[in-house]
Structure formats: structure tokens, C-alpha cells
Design a protein around this ligand. Structure first.
Ligand SMILES: [Zn+2]
Length: 307
């Protein structure tokens, strides 16, 4: 089945770059330039209306990759059209809003007030008070930072925050929390009785199942949204570097708490996505971060929506 893709609003710069491809040294760079300051993208996947929201665009140094040789990294960079001598890949931070019968759900919240999620929500016509649930894939700062606004208050005053119980235990469970940022970000929600823990396999909300994707962090999870025959897995940080990790799923990142497990999880979920054909929403895939996976065995390909 086909998804219809409707870009609702892109900054003028993207339109110019699309019209004048000779000015765009690479597609990734064109997107990066276009999305400074935020952006959003709306599409329909089965019965689901999904809004991709840009939080940040940046660069990720080659030196952050692990379990892959420098020559393979250089080859991936050159195949992607990056200039000779490049030392970083384009990087992206996305969040996703999904409309459900129960209300509007947000998957992850970006870096926080210094980044662009709030502007992207506003551009998409979404008021933060409309968000009824925030589903966290894990507790790294680029996913939980936006739980608080610039005043340190709950950025989503009507939302209940959902997190994996293992993730909660790892970062917050000790006598001194491993992540003070996560403790602070969750505090106002917890104080209001709007913080809930789940386990993989649980139906977090009607039509949304938590999927175990442990490895990147001990409680890293995805959320499978059933869209009436066309499903969508918001998979968090299964991929940090599109240009490397589909072809080399064994390549890990220095940020992975358990690299071998992260790589094994990536291969498993790539195989499922390719075999079953569900759509994926990636926090660090090139904006809008929505697409499908093809391939089998050891090497895979990413097929972004709209290409
Ligand atoms: Zn991340």
C-alpha cells in the first residue's frame, strides 16, 4: 500500500533548493540548510495522521562511530557525495506527533527550549496543551529535553508521560540518579500523577504497543502504532547515521550503553521492518525521518517516504 505524502510547509529555502538543484551540493545538505529554525511534515500512514517535527540539524563526527573501519566510513561518505576530507555526517533530531482516537500523542521531545521543537509544533498548528501523551523512547537529553519549557515548567501541561520501567530503573533507580536531567524533566509530571511506566509488549495506549529495542540504552524502546493494515514503528535511536548503519548494521556509536546488544537489536528490527513492510519513524533519520526498510541478512537500505 502507498502512503500519501503532503508536505504542509517548508521554509522558502527548501523550495529554492528544490527548484535549483545545482545549488545543492547534496540532498542531505539541502535539507539541513532548509530546516534551520524548525519545520514539519505531515503524512498519512494507514489510518494514522503523522506529523514529523524537526528539533535540530547538525553534524555527527566520524569519530563517534564504533565497530566499523575507517575505510568503510570513508567509502560511505564518498558514496553519499560528501566532499573529500569530510569528517562528519549530517545529523538530525526529530520528534513525531500521531493523532489517535484517544488524543494527540508525541513521541520524544527533542533537546529542549534551545532547539526547535516548540517552533515546529507552532508551525504545524499544534498547541502543546493538545498533547495528551508523551511516549519516551529513552532518557537521553535529545529525547527528554523538551519535556520542560524555558521556565522549567511542564512543556505539555495536559500530557501523561510514558516510559519503560527498565529505563526508569537504570537512570533514576539508584540512590543518586544517573541522569539528573531526566529526574528534573520528569519531576513536574510525576508530581501531577502523570508519569506511567510500562514494559515491552504492553499496550501503552489503545493501538500502541511498546517494542523492546534494548541496547542503545538499557530500556530503549519503540512504539508500534497500528494504522489499520499499515503500521508505523517509532524506533527512537535504532539508526544514528543513515549513510552508514543501514549498509553496516553492526556499526555502533560511542553513545550506545551496550554496543553489541544495540547492533543485534538493529539487525533484528531491520529484518522485521523489511519482512513485514511496516513504516518506521526515526529520531535521527534525515528529516522527516519516515520511511521503510528493504533488504535482508546483513545489509539493508532505507527508503524514505516521498522518494
Ligand atoms: Zn538520540
Amino acid at each position: 500500500m502507498k502512503t500519501s505524502v503532503m508536505p504542509q510547509m517548508f521554509p522558502l529555502l527548501l523550495a529554492l533548493l528544490v527548484c535549483l538543484p545545482a545549488l545543492a551540493p547534496s540532498r542531505a545538505q539541502a535539507q539541513a540548510g532548509a530546516l534551520e529554525g524548525g519545520g514539519f511534515f505531515v503524512t498519512q500512514i494507514g489510518s494514522l495522521k503523522v506529523t514529523a517535527l524537526s528539533d535540530a540539524i547538525g553534524q555527527m563526527g566520524f569519530d563517534l562511530l564504533r565497530d566499523i573501519g575507517p575505510s568503510e566510513v570513508a567509502q560511505a561518505a564518498s558514496q553519499a557525495g560528501l566532499p573529500d576530507g569530510a569528517s562528519s555526517f549530517p545529523s538530525f533530531v526529530n520528534a513525531f506527533a500521531v493523532e489517535l482516537p484517544a488524543g494527540l500523542v508525541l513521541v520524544d521531545t527533542g533537546n529542549g527550549p534551545q532547539a526547535n521543537l516548540a517552533a515546529s509544533l507552532k508551525a504545524a498548528g499544534i498547541d502543546p496543551s493538545e498533547v495528551k501523551a508523551v511516549l519516551l523512547t529513552h532518557f537521553h537529553g535529545d529525547h527528554i529535553g523538551g519535556l520542560l519549557d524555558a521556565q522549567g515548567q511542564a512543556a505539555f501541561p495536559e500530557a501523561t508521560v510514558y516510559a519503560d520501567s527498565e529505563e526508569d530503573r537504570y537512570w533514576l533507580g539508584g540512590p543518586k540518579p544517573l541522569s539528573a536531567q531526566a529526574m528534573e524533566a520528569i519531576a513536574p509530571y510525576r508530581a501531577a500523577g502523570r508519569y506511567r511506566l510500562f514494559s515491552p509488549g504492553d499496550e501503552v495506549l489503545p493501538g500502541v504497543e511498546a517494542v523492546e529495542l534494548y541496547g542503545h540504552t538499557p530500556g530503549h524502546v519503540g512504539f508500534m502504532f497500528s494504522g489499520g493494515g499499515q503500521d508505523l514503528l517509532a524506533w527512537g535511536d535504532i539508526v544514528h547515521v543513515r549513510l552508514v548503519q543501514f549498509a553496516h548494521p553492526g556499526a555502533t556509536l560511542t553513545y550506545d550503553v551496550d554496543g553489541p546488544r544495540a547492533a543485534a537489536t538493529r539487525k533484528r528490527i531491520f529484518g522485521q521492518a523489511a519482512g513485514k513492510g511496516f513504516f518506521v519513524a526515526g529520531a535521527h533519520l534525515p528529516f522527516p525521518g519516515l520511511g521503510q526498510v528493504a533488504g535482508d541478512g546483513e545489509a539493508f537500505e532505507y527508503r524514505p517516504v516521498g522518494e
